[in-house]
Design a protein around this ligand. Structure first.
Ligand code: GLC
Length: 652
């Protein structure tokens, strides 16, 4: 809204910026336009965070100067791309994007090696790469890089910032997106700020939450849950050097940043803009629900976390509007939605969020062979703002949290505690008949709660089937994997594969012998790429060939179906068969696809009549995956065990 006072400040600041302007204006008009439209927002949001404690005007000015500096140094080709994406703000929703996440060193040793392996990803159809944390981090324990020691340097083992710049240039030519982590909740205890805080510098002690004794930490502990109850119990660690207690919600070497201090906000904003200016397309904002801490609360999902994200978004809209944010918020469904922004900030927070709810529910449905809970919870997920999108996935580098609400389980007449116990036992292979080879992660003995670790191959029973050399079980597991992938690829959003899943890599148990990893069984599902196994994708009949080509085919078909773009065109279509998960996708040119997926290890049927009710002409239906008509049995459509159909009306 126009505010005369703010407008006069804006004029003053624009004059100030012009004075500093020397050579070419380098698109200054765009900066000014974007600044003008976001100026009141900067005031409002900085005011919300710090207004009760300080004068906001000087803070706004400081932030704008930072933004201007990053704008000035942003390369011309990136500015061009920004404008292209501003003109086509739906660019991320396109069905052409297919992602993969990987650790550079596990996949190709280092960044130079990665460049040589891009053709493998292209062969599969991947065109969005999320590289796991690669900034400088401590030797030894570093939580897989999620303990950053320098936000401007790449971990020397992996390469340099120049390598990143080069990769982004090459990717732009090939229309491949690069995503990097931005670990905004904490730094490593070896970060320069932490080192200074350890040595007693009061300025830097204010960058963290540091206390002389246990008084305040004990009060916090009363309401703060534990992230890693087994490996890192409690939320504070004693720092010998300073003699203080430091807030460390994750591991003791991951020091929580104090965003009550506006300098922290400005430093972290600068760090994010620095990465953007290297040519990164997407920033994965790590652990966002944790960034604001408040005594007497769980210190998760606090309102101020959202204010910080809105502020980051507004600042990026001014400097680098072509860069998208992923919220890493693996929380309850109604909380996840908030990271897309609410009210007047709807769609103005994060562009992408992990669809962690569906992910956990697919695993639940696979174990139980029934889709009631999946349908029920999905039907209650509110529609996300237009132009925001999901990351749909089955596995990531993290554990699987069973993040759905107990009330939903009880509503189906199932005992929630027993059901969660069943799922943990099922995926640990302890439940009778289960062929899964995962393991419980983060068992909280106080609450009985746990999450699940294991690769896609381990959890679907493929690893066990191969171990037993049992062809029938191998077929079942491959069926499960391809069905789950077909759902993820059709759902609406960016499908994200985890490296190695495309050839069914099994668990990696070597972490157990490494003392820096042995306490964290998430390492079991982060195997090193097995290039020998990958070679077998070229040999017909091998597991690798069946999986790789199965996925490659699904990806290719997905990219050809415009109704798979994420236009919020998604509707559950219950089939009266509890084993079948079913939803409709459409575009606005009359193309429609009905997805039917059988979670049961036995044939299942859907009445044609149900498809007629949806308005589909069954005489014209073809499965886009197999390019053939579905199997009919009288007036029923038949699905094999773990079969997934993408049913479309063919024009012929
Ligand atoms: C995120 C990461 C996880 C890491 C944590 C702390 O949840 O996905 O791997 O341990 O943040 O940075």
């Amino acid at each position: 809204m126009y505010d005369p006072k703010l407008h006069s400040h804006l004029y003053r600041q624009l004059d100030q910026l012009k004075k500093g302007q020397t050579k070419s204006k380098n698109g200054q008009a765009h900066f000014e336009l974007r600044l003008a439209s976001n100026y009141p927002t900067l005031y409002e949001l900085l005011g919300e965070l710090y207004g009760s404690r300080m004068e906001i005007q000087p803070l706004v000015e400081e932030v704008v100067l930072v933004l201007h500096n990053y704008y000035k140094t942003r390369k011309a080709d990136l500015k061009k791309l920004d404008i292209k994406r501003e003109k086509n703000p739906d660019w991320l929703l396109n069905q052409k994007w297919v992602g993969m996440m990987l650790y550079v060193d596990h996949f190709a040793e280092d960044l130079k090696g990665l460049k040589g392996k891009i053709t493998y990803l292209e062969e599969l159809g991947v065109n969005f790469l999320h590289l796991m944390p690669l900034l400088k981090c401590p030797d030894g324990e570093n939580d897989g890089g999620y303990a950053v020691s320098d936000f401007q340097k790449v971990e020397p083992r992996l390469g340099s910032m120049d390598d990143i710049v080069e990769i982004t240039k090459e990717f732009r030519k090939k229309d491949i997106l690069l995503g990097l982590d931005f670990v905004m909740n904490h730094t490593s205890d070896e970060h320069d700020w932490a080192e200074k805080a350890k040595s007693g510098d009061p300025k830097y002690q204010e960058y963290y939450f540091m206390f002389d004794n246990r008084d305040v930490p004990d009060q916090f502990e009363q309401t703060m849950p534990e992230v890693f109850p087994e490996a890192a119990p409690g939320n504070f660690s004693f720092d010998e050097a300073s003699g203080k207690w430091v807030m460390t919600q994750f591991h003791n070497y991951q020091w929580d940043l104090n965003y009550y201090n506006p300098q922290v906000l400005i430093e972290m904003l600068s760090a994010a803009l620095f990465l953007a200016n290297q040519g990164v397309d997407i920033l994965r904002l790590d652990a966002v629900p944790f960034v604001w801490k408040k005594l007497g609360t769980a210190c998760r999902n606090e309102y101020e976390c959202h204010v910080i994200l809105r502020l980051f978004k507004a600042c990026f809209q001014i400097v680098a509007p072509g860069v998208a944010f992923i919220a890493e918020a693996i929380v309850r469904p109604h909380e996840i939605m908030k990271y897309f922004g609410e009210g007047k900030y709807s769609g103005r927070e994060c562009d992408i969020a992990y669809n962690a709810t569906s992910m956990a529910l697919y695993w639940e449905a696979l174990a139980s062979g029934e889709t009631n809970l999946l349908q029920r919870v999905t039907s209650n997920i509110p529609e996300k703002p237009y132009r925001t999108t999901w990351i749909n996935y089955l596995r990531s580098h993290d554990d699987i949290g069973l993040g759905f609400d107990d009330e939903d389980i009880y509503a189906l007449g199932i005992n929630a505690i027993e059901h969660r116990k069943f799922l943990i036992e099922f995926y640990s292979g302890k439940y009778p008949g289960s062929t899964a080879m995962g393991a419980p992660f983060g068992m909280n003995h106080k609450t009985g709660d746990a999450r699940i670790s294991g690769t896609l191959a381990a959890l679907t029973g493929l690893e066990k089937a191969i171990e037993l050399d049992n062809q029938e079980l191998i077929d079942v597991a491959i069926g499960r994997i391809l069905m789950l992938q077909a759902i993820v690829l059709a759902y609406g959003g960016l499908p994200m594969l985890y490296s190695g899943n495309e050839i069914g890599l099994p668990n990696d148990y070597s972490y157990q012998k490494d003392k820096e990893k042995s306490y964290d069984n998430r390492w079991m599902h982060r195997p090193l790429m097995d290039w020998k196994a990958a070679e077998r994708r070229n040999k017909k009949g091998t597991v690798e060939h069946r999986l790789f080509h199965g996925m490659k085919h699904l990806i290719k078909v997905r990219k050809s179906l415009t109704e798979f773009a994420d236009l919020n065109s998604f509707k559950l279509e219950p089939t009266e068969n509890k084993h079948i998960f079913s939803f409709l996708r459409w575009d606005y040119n009359g193309n429609r696809t009905l997805v039917l997926a059988n979670f049961f290890n036995g044939n299942q049927f859907v009445k044609q009549e149900i498809l007629h009710r949806i308005g589909l002409n069954t005489l014209k239906l073809k499965d886009a995956i197999s390019q053939s008509t579905p199997t009919y049995f009288h007036d029923l459509i038949e699905l094999q065990p773990y079969q997934c159909y993408w049913l479309r009306e063919s024009s012929s």
